[in-house]
Design a protein around this ligand. Structure first.
Ligand code: GAR
Length: 189
């Protein structure tokens, strides 16, 4: 059995989608969700599926040990970032080498880096008049959004699309692909 921990900072629709996808899986399950914010919807979304969630402060995340201890309590062996907005500290990277992945709501290396998260990404894509956007699933390393790319999928951006329209298309791609990519990485299927 592979045990996934999901890190999420916000609404948590991806966390919910991934948790539901693996709910009846014999080889993979989501065991715990960690967040830097107690006032966000991800807790309610996963708790109603029977998955516990915990909140850590910015300092606890930066230091790493409290988080690593919590992950050990749940025997987590893989970390999935789903809308997680904090930097992953080196202690955690060292404890989970090549076992932390992220989803970015654009086609990296475009629209990545500091400040590029959530709606900021879609606003920048529309402002630049891009004809397409999409998702990038990648490993996490020390730099923001620069780990090895595992998977990308794209969607058209129409001249009439608002940032909200692009966000909706990108979210649809995320729901469709993120669980499958995780499954393939963990089971080779
Ligand atoms: C997702 O679109 C995810 O790709 C993005 O935040 C959104 C979270 O939505 N992540 C980043 O921008 C990371 N840099 P959700 O909370 O509903 O899953």
């Amino acid at each position: 059995m592979k045990n996934i921990a999901i890190f999420a900072s916000g609404s948590g629709t991806n966390a919910e989608n991934i948790s539901k996808y693996f709910a009846d899986n014999k080889n993979i399950r989501v065991v715990v969700v960690l967040s830097n914010n107690k006032n966000v919807k991800v807790h309610e979304r996963v708790n109603k599926l029977g998955i516990p969630s915990f909140v850590f402060s910015r300092d606890e995340f930066a230091e790493g040990t409290p988080v690593i201890n919590k992950l050990a309590d749940y025997a987590a062996d893989f970390i999935v970032l789903a809308g997680f907005m904090n930097k992953i500290p080196e202690t955690l990277l060292n404890a989970f080498p090549n076992k932390i992945i992220n989803i970015h709501p654009a086609l990296l290396p475009k629209y990545g880096g500091k400040g590029m998260f959530g709606m900021h990404v879609h606003e920048a894509v529309v402002a630049a008049g891009e004809k397409e956007s999409g998702i990038t699933i990648h490993y996490i390393n020390e730099a923001y959004d620069e780990g090895a790319i595992i998977f990308q999928a794209s969607c058209p951006v129409l001249p009439t699309d608002s940032p909200e329209d692009v966000a909706a298309k990108v979210h649809a791609l995320e729901y469709e692909h993120y669980p499958h990519v995780i499954e393939e990485l963990l089971t080779g299927r």
